[in-house]
Design a protein around this ligand. Structure first.
Ligand code: ZN
Length: 439
């Protein structure tokens, strides 16, 4: 399901309007040429130095819709479009968004909704969900004038699908992927936190990758009208888990992200593979749509071709949407590997993944409330490393009152992190004992 959706995106990528590029060079280097090259991952300058966006609004109707962003200085930008679903992506330098909660949730005219956030150090992005095919008729940055702040203005105009498809010119396609060029760069960034130490070649301790889901422009599930976001909950949990298992001295730990940055799904897997990780733990929090009733408790997911039930299928579909939400171009995704050796490795990896999932359930049920069916499986893209045992933990439902109270509680987090650390100890104690016996 997810693969087919990706494929449709592939057919539809491209430029919406070359004019957007021509009028974009008002100040500084182009956003896309700077951060998107990926090879030079420089540290971002302090937050105080970033342009500030203070307001964003929509005007117009279903034929012509205008987006206006108020800034404290002019910025450069690049725009491109993706089809199926119709989206326009605006890449800008890193911006400090100081917009009212809920900004972008309600659309107008040609824009169904929009979201914004960091997609890489130095680079922010705004993704517009369109109600149908549209082109950028005009786009420009205005200097401050007449007591108005500097403004970024994008004017959308309705077109039919044929015209839209003609606008998609693959040969003009810029390098859109906000990703890091290779996994080493990803690890360098993942190691950018204060406590991370450089990986030593002769350090034979098992390496554990902790993967807080979502981030940056991708908020994940939300509660309380956007006050509680999955991306923040799971980052806090992931950092606490890292601190806890690093303290034991038995493991090396790498985070896929340590701040509010968007990381494409494939890069998360790459971090684990390039470092020959011994375990990959992805951390999430679920939400149930209101009409689907109430569900509660933590669930542990492993990879399978066929979802274990309808809820698992829905969840995997949602989690796999992350790249579409972030506006990632998926053209360089690897095709499904059908190699028999990979298949064998995968079978062994799945055995280990399932073993860890069972251990984790056994420990977590002592401290956390578990879902009534706590072990499930589905086709999560982030669990697809063929050689790294991987699980995805949904800590609970932000849509459930009791779960939400837990999820934001330090006490609950400390206890749950403790039970995860115990499961990790049990997993590696058994693996090391098995390895020792085999010698
Ligand atoms: Zn999630």
């Amino acid at each position: 399901m997810a693969n087919r959706a990706n494929h449709r995106v592939l057919l539809g990528y491209g430029l919406l309007c070359a004019a957007a590029f021509l009028c974009a060079e008002t100040a500084g280097p182009s956003a896309a040429e700077g951060p998107a090259t990926g090879s030079a991952m420089t540290l971002p300058v302090p937050a105080a130095g970033f342009p500030i966006a203070s307001d964003a609004r929509l005007a117009g109707d279903a034929k012509q819709t205008r987006f206006i962003l108020d800034l404290d200085r002019t910025i450069s930008f690049r725009a491109f479009a993706l089809a199926d679903p119709y989206r326009v992506i605006l890449d800008i330098p890193q911006v400090n968004f100081k917009l009212a909660a809920g900004t972008g949730a309600a659309g107008r005219g040609l824009i169904k909704a929009f979201r914004y956030g960091l997609v890489m150090p130095g680079g922010s992005r705004i993704v517009f969900d369109l109600t149908g095919p549209a082109k950028i008729a005009k786009s420009y940055v205005l200097e401050a004038a007449n007591e108005q702040p500097p403004r970024l203005v994008i004017e959308f105009e309705e077109v039919d699908r044929t015209a839209f498809v003609q606008l998609l010119a693959p040969e003009n396609r810029p390098e859109l992927r906000p990703a890091i060029a290779d996994a080493n760069a990803a690890v360098a960034r993942a190691d950018g936190s204060a406590t991370a130490k450089p990986v030593q070649v002769n350090d034979t301790r098992p390496l554990i990758v902790i993967d807080p889901g979502h981030g940056g422009i991708d908020n994940g599930t939300q509660a309380g009208g956007g006050d509680v976001m999955e991306k923040n909950l799971v980052l806090g949990f992931g950092l606490a888990l890292r601190d806890r298992i690093e303290k034991s001295g038995k493991y090396r730990v790498v985070m896929t992200r340590t701040d509010d940055t968007f990381i494409p799904l494939n890069d998360r897997v790459k971090v684990a593979r390039s470092q020959s990780a011994a375990l990959f733990v992805s951390i999430h929090a679920d939400a149930l749509p209101r009409h689907e009733g109430d569900a509660q408790g933590a669930t542990i997911y492993t990879l399978s071709d066929k979802a274990s039930d309808a809820e698992a299928e829905r969840l995997a579909e949602n989690e796999n949407k992350s790249d579409a939400i972030g506006g990632v171009n998926l053209t360089d995704e690897p095709t499904e590997v059908a190699d028999i050796l990979i298949d064998l490795a995968q079978r062994e990896t799945r055995t280990f993944s399932n073993r860890f999932a069972r251990l984790l359930m056994g420990e977590m049920k002592n401290t956390a409330r578990m879902h009534k069916h706590p072990l499930k499986s589905a086709g999560f893209r982030v669990l697809k490393a063929p050689d790294v045992p991987s699980v995805l933990v949904e800590l609970g439902y932000v849509s459930n009152k009791g779960d939400l109270e837990h999820l934001v509680s330090d006490n609950w987090r400390t206890k749950t992190v403790g039970s995860m650390a115990q499961a990790i100890d049990a997993f590696f104690a058994k693996r090391l004992a098995t390895a020792g016996a085999a010698k």
